[in-house]
Design a protein around this ligand. Structure first.
Ligand code: NI
Length: 255
């Protein structure tokens, strides 16, 4: 069974067939999905969606791309949502230096959410785009539990993240032609520290690159990891499923 540790089923790309698709995925090969929050409103929506499926959960949080002048004030709302039984993490939070969003504001919102996660004893799901140095500094300072999603750093950074007790999120990117860095990270990182993810609707694996991604396509990511590590696909799926349950404190999500 597949554990998708990072999805965005609130996205407009799923408006036409969201419930039909999720029902089919859960009936087939997907055992568990954790939907990520990007702002206050969509975090609320994520809870309402997760409530409809036994093994769908969600994270609540403010994504760095959604940070604006109101974000710090909205964190009380995020804290309230975090108490819901379907909420298993604070996410998607982090730093994005690719887009032109004021860095100081991003850092303040990220830092407050790391503090909140620690106070609530909840794991985090971290977004780090072109912000490796600052992200790692915050992880070392606050020592949260959780996942560094869509990992794009070096082997050395992956080792540091794993040493901090965090998991490395691997998705469609590892199947891309120019994925040398991601392949090296998978090679070097023990399977016990990897989790699988889609970031859907984005980052569909080869042979669906550029198309709408969904949790079922994680099979291709698992196949690629099995090939890199020279182990069976079944082992990749079983170990990463157990890792997902562990990092999100979900007891036997697989039915
Ligand atoms: Ni995401």
């Amino acid at each position: 069974m597949i554990f998708d540790t990072h999805a965005h089923y609130d996205d407009k790309a799923f408006d036409e067939d969201r419930e039909e698709l999720l029902t089919r995925l859960f009936a087939e090969k997907v055992g568990c999905i954790v939907n990520q929050g990007t702002n206050l409103e969509l975090s609320k929506y994520g809870i309402s969606l997760a409530k409809k499926y036994d093994t769908m959960y969600c994270a609540v949080g403010i994504h760095p791309e959604c940070v604006d002048e109101n974000s710090l004030k909205e964190l009380d709302g995020i804290r309230q949502l975090a108490g819901h039984e379907k909420v298993v993490a604070i996410g998607e939070i982090g730093l994005d230096y690719y887009w032109d969003i004021p860095k100081e504001r991003q850092k303040a919102v990220f830092e407050q959410q790391l503090i909140m996660a620690n106070e609530l004893a909840m794991p985090v799901n971290i977004h780090d785009r072109e912000a490796h140095g600052d992200t790692l500094a915050y992880l070392k300072k606050y020592r949260p539990k959780g996942i560094l999603h869509c990992f794009s750093g070096s082997v050395e950074m992956a080792r540091e993240v794993v040493k901090l007790g965090m998991y490395i999120g691997i998705g469609g990117v590892v199947t891309f032609k120019n994925s040398r860095k991601a392949v090296e990270v998978v090679q070097d990182t023990p399977l016990e520290a990897l989790v699988l993810e889609t970031d859907c609707p984005y980052l569909a694996p080869v042979p669906f690159r550029g198309k709408r991604n969904d949790s079922g396509m994680i099979s291709y990511v698992a196949e690629k990891i099995a090939e890199i590590k020279n182990i069976s696909v079944e082992e990749v799926l079983a170990v990463t499923f157990a890792n997902g349950e562990k990092v999100y404190n979900i007891r036997s999500a697989e039915k």
